[in-house]
Design a protein around this ligand. Sequence first.
Ligand code: ADP
Length: 219
Amino acid sequence: MGLNVIMMGPPGAGKGTQATRFARERGLLKISTGDILRDAIKDGTTVAMLAKTRMDRGELVDDATMIEIVRQRLTRQDAMCGFVLDGFPRTVFQARALDTIMEERSNGPLVIVDVGVPEDELVRRLACRRICSNCGTGADPFGSASTCKKCNGRLVQRTDDNKDVVLERLKIYQSSTRPVLEYYRSRPTFRTVNGAQAPEIVAHELDSMIDEAFKEAMA
Ligand code: ADP
């Protein structure tokens, strides 16, 4: 049975960092829809360029495109031991589609974790966030390096991390993605963690709540 995790939370909550770490430590496939879109933009496909226009405005990419991307990844053989999803689902429509995919896949429960952080802290974090222009890795938010520690690429601000776009993304998070939490909240595998703590404390709390939710679901 696979361990399947959804990392939820507003932009800047640190869910990408935690998703990457958790997937690496547990040998699970990490699927970040934001990273997949940014990679596709580098390749310059038509669908990706349409997505870029929306992303740069802080808007969501359409449900059909996103569901197709996730369906393709989740039905791959390397997703069968389990996965960590970061950035999906962002709408209730996507959450319903994911339930259908999970039923078809029939391979382990879905553990949902919401990483909560107050809005003023999110705005502050996003204004400082830098990623590698080459490999997309997030830079240490407390460091002062100008190049990526993994590949030496140049660190840049994401095109959707400027203040106006950040405010728009937070607004869209409230209107489209918050309802997804309500969609999941009554499930026995739903958990919340306080993301406004040091990353290693968040990591520790996350690990125990995911393990406990998985065990409970399998009992
Ligand atoms: P964040 O750091 O804000 O959580 P991501 O890197 O996950 O951002 O996503 C960046 C952008 O990519 C989003 O603002 C949105 O435009 C698009 N995107 C990513 N995932 C989805 C999704 N599931 N549905 C719609 N749009 C998405």
